[in-house]
Each structure stands twice: as C-alpha cells, then as structure tokens.
Design a protein around this ligand. Structure first.
Ligand SMILES: C[S@@+](CC[C@H](N)C(=O)[O-])C[C@H]1O[C@@H](n2cnc3c(N)ncnc32)[C@H](O)[C@@H]1O
Length: 164
C-alpha cells in the first residue's frame, strides 16, 4: 500500500472514477469522512499550496483526494478538513478536460502531489495505469520540476511565471 486514499462522493460514473481504478490495482484505498483524520487532503479550495515541505505529512498520515465531480464542485467547496492543500496550476492531460488549467482528475492531482513532494516513482506508477497518464508528466514537466524544488513561499511566483 502506498499511503494513497480517496474519499468517494459517488458523483460521477463509477466506471470512470480514476481512484476506483487505482484501488483495483491495490494502489489506493477508500476512506469515509471519519477516516480522513490527519491525512493530507487535496482540495482546490485550500488556502495553503502543497510543497515539498509536506513530504513529512504524507509519510506520517498519507495523502487523500476527494473523488467527486467537477460538475458538482460546490459540494467539495463546503467540505473542510484538518490538513488541506491546493496544488499550483498544472494542465490536465485526461481526455475529458485535456489542456485545461487546474481541472485535474483525481489521479492527476494525486500524482502531481507525489511528484512535488519527491515521490516520482509512485507518481509514475499511478499514472501508468491510464493510457493517457504519462502525458500528464510530459505536458507539465517544467512547472512540475520547478514546483518540486521550491519552498512553499516560492510556489506562487513559479505558478505566475508559467500561467500568468
Ligand atoms: C473534482 S475531482 C474529479 C475526479 C474525477 N471524477 C476522476 O475520476 O478523476 C478531482 C479531485 O482532485 C483533487 N484536485 C484536483 N485539482 C486540484 C487542485 N488544483 N488542488 C488540489 N486538489 C485538486 C481534488 O481532491 C478534487 O476533488
């Protein structure tokens, strides 16, 4: 087990939910809301950027993504967790939202977080389960590399240099 978790909101076609696919490969585990605890939760509504300083939280508690639908994003907005982080801007490579800034699938968000905190091998292992997965790294290689070597205070500036 990789310390990767997901909170499943049952909002999308279950057959297309990327974290459910990872669970079938033994690469992710579903948790309910009580099971989130001190896990590092990825939400685009967090005030704090994820950065390499968060590796220690991942190692201690794990990483949790919210497997919901972008069409019902308000329901994610209203959820609050003890440890929340947002990702800096990146381009989606999944077929539904290809090329859109920040509209990432759960596996892309999880892999981006792992890459930024230095767990490149795990990021590749997750993405390799999807035909389009590794394109996510290719498409975002430069910003991902810069985000992964930056301290939290530098992330915003890097984001602006790529995405304005
Ligand atoms: C809205 S869901 C959509 C998932 C899609 N149904 C799937 O099957 O992959 C994507 C999740 O990835 C995470 N995520 C995406 N973009 C993010 C960002 N910019 N910052 C933090 N988390 C993000 C959040 O947990 C978000 O709820």
């Amino acid at each position: 087990m990789t310390g990767i978790y997901y909170l499943y909101l049952r909002q999308d076609d279950p057959k297309k939910a990327t974290m459910r696919k990872l669970e079938r490969f033994g690469l992710a585990k579903r948790v309910d809301i009580k099971g989130v605890g001190l896990k590092l939760v990825l939400t685009p509504y967090a005030d704090i950027f994820l950065s390499r300083e968060d590796a220690v939280l991942y190692e201690k508690y794990g990483l949790c993504v919210i497997e919901g639908s972008w069409n019902k994003i308000d329901s994610i907005k209203s959820l609050k967790f003890r440890i929340e982080r947002r990702l800096p801007a990146l381009l989606a490579a999944n077929p539904v939202n290809y090329g859109k800034i920040g509209i990432l699938s759960s596996v892309e968000a999880t892999a981006a977080a792992l890459y930024i905190i230095g767990y490149w091998d795990t990021a590749y292992a997750l993405l390799s389960k999807f035909s389009w997965g590794l394109n996510f790294i290719k498409l975002n290689e430069n910003p991902l590399n810069e985000y992964s070597t930056a301290d939290r205070s530098e992330i915003k500036k890097i984001e602006e240099s790529y995405f304005g």
